[in-house]
Design a protein around this ligand. Structure first.
Ligand code: SAH
Ligand code: SF4
Length: 342
C-alpha cells in the first residue's frame, strides 16, 4: 500500500496522476485528505464508487494507532502511538486559552544521547516517515480539536527532527497546507547542517535551539553531540538564520539542580545570546528516578533567580512551570513504551 497522508497537495496530485485522470478529481481527493482528515476513500462520497474502491486497494490513508491516552488535570493529554512496525512513539496535546499546541515526535528514539533526557537514554531509534509525522497531527486533531482555536505544532517530542530532514521536509510541506509555518516550531539540539537546511527552505518554521548550558565544556557533558557541532559554530549558524519580521529564536534551557542553574551561568547565557532576537524558555527538569538517577530540578527559588538575571538583562523569559507535569507530559520527557502493547 502506498501511504498518501505525508504529502502536500502537489504531491498528492502527482501520486494519483496514473489512477485519477481528471485533475479536478485529484484536487477533490487532496481536499478530503488535507482539509477533512479522511481516513478512507469510502468517506469520499462525492467520488464514483468504482474509483473509491480501486484507490482503496492501492493507497492507504491510515494514521498511527493510538494505544493509550493519559490525561492530566491541567488539560493536557499524552498519547502513545503504535506504528506499523510495532515501534511506539508519544505525542502531547496541550490546550491553551486561545490555541492548542501539539508536541510531536520525529524519531522513535534519539541518537544524540543527552544525559538529562529519557528519550536520549533509551538510545537511537528510527526516523519517522513523513506520514507518521503528519499522522500524529491528524489523529490528535480528530481527538482534541473542538473550539480550541488554531493549532500550533512543536517538534519537541521524541527524537531530533534535524537528523530526519528527509522526512521532516515533506511533512512540513504537508502541514503547511493547513497550518501556517509561523505556528510550527522545530526544536533542535544544535545540528548545524540541519539548521542550515532549515534556513534554506522557501518557507521555514520557527527555530528553537536547546542550549542547556552556556559553555562548550558543560554542554559537551550534557549533550555529547556538541563535540561534533561546537557551541561557537552553532551560535554563528543561529545568528545567520533568516528571521521574518517580529520572529525570534527560542533558546530552551533545561534547568538541572547544581549543574547549570547558577546566576553566573545565567549571566553567561545573556552574553552568549547577545544581539540575537531571542526568547529564553526555561524548563525545570522533569526528573525520572529510573532513567535519570541523581538528576533533580532546582528549587523554585533558584529557578526564579536564574530567570531574574535574564529578565534584568532585558531578555524575554518564560518558565514552563507545570504544563503536563503530572503525566510527565512536558515535551522531552517522552519515552514511548518498551512493553509490548497488545
Ligand atoms: N531533540 C530536540 C527536540 C526534542 S527534545 C531537542 O533536543 O531540542 C525537546 C526539549 O525537551 C529540549 O529542549 C530538551 O532539552 C527538553 N528535555 C529533554 N529532557 C528533558 C527533561 N528530562 N526535562 C525537561 N525537559 C527536557
Ligand atoms: Fe535527543 Fe532532544 Fe532528548 Fe537530546 S534532548 S536526547 S536531542 S530528544
Amino acid at each position: 500500500m502506498i501511504q498518501l497522508t505525508g504529502k502536500d497537495e502537489a504531491g498528492l496530485i502527482a501520486a494519483l496522476a496514473g489512477d485519477v485522470d481528471r485533475p479536478f478529481r485529484a484536487r477533490q481527493i487532496a481536499r478530503w485528505i488535507l482539509h477533512r482528515g479522511a481516513q478512507s476513500f469510502d468517506e469520499m462520497t462525492d467520488l464514483p464508487r468504482s474509483l473509491r474502491q480501486s484507490l482503496g486497494k492501492k493507497y492507504s490513508l491510515a494514521d498511527p494507532e493510538i494505544v493509550r491516552v493519559v490525561s492530566s488535570s491541567d488539560g493536557s493529554s499524552k498519547y502513545l502511538f503504535r506504528l506499523s512496525d510495532g515501534a511506539t512513539i508519544e505525542a502531547v496535546a496541550i490546550p491553551g486559552r486561545d490555541k492548542i499546541t501539539l508536541c510531536l515526535s520525529s524519531q522513535t528514539g534519539c541518537a544524540v544521547g543527552c544525559t538529562f533526557c529519557v528519550t536520549g537514554q533509551l538510545g537511537p531509534g528510527r526516523n519517522l516517515e513523513a506520514h507518521e509525522i503528519v499522522g500524529q497531527v491528524r489523529a490528535l486533531v480528530r481527538r482534541e480539536i473542538r473550539d480550541s482555536g488554531p493549532v500550533n505544532i512543536v517538534f519537541m517530542g521524541m527524537g531530533e527532527p534535524l537528523l530526519n530532514t528527509a522526512n521532516l521536509g515533506p511533512a512540513l510541506s504537508a502541514l503547511y497546507e493547513t497550518i501556517s509555518p509561523k505556528r510550527i516550531t522545530v526544536s533542535t539540539s544544535g545540528i548545524i547542517p540541519g539548521i542550515r537546511w532549515l534556513a534554506g527552505l522557501p518557507r521555514h518554521p520557527k527555530l528553537a535551539v536547546s542550549l542547556n548550558a552556556p559553555d562548550q565544556t558543560l554542554r559537551q557533558k550534557l549533550m555529547p553531540i556538541t563535540r561534533r557541532y561546537p557551541l561557537a559554530e552553532l551560535m554563528a549558524t543561529v545568528r545567520a538564520f533568516p528571521l521574518e519580521r517580529g520572529r525570534r529564536i527560542t533558546f530552551e534551557y533545561v534547568l538541572i539542580r547544581g549543574v547549570n542553574d547558577t546566576e553566573k551561568q545565567a549571566r553567561a547565557v545573556v552574553r552568549l545570546i547577545h544581539g540575537i532576537p531571542a526568547k529564553v524558555n526555561l524548563i525545570p527538569l522533569n526528573s525520572d528516578p529510573i532513567f535519570l538517577p541523581g538528576l533533580e530540578r532546582p528549587t523554585d527559588e533558584v529557578i526564579d533567580r536564574f530567570a531574574r538575571v535574564l529578565r534584568d538583562a532585558g531578555k524575554t523569559v518564560t518558565v514552563r512551570w507545570s504544563k503536563g507535569h503530572d503525566v510527565a507530559a512536558a515535551c522531552g520527557q517522552l519515552k514511548g513504551s518498551h512493553q509490548p502493547v497488545r
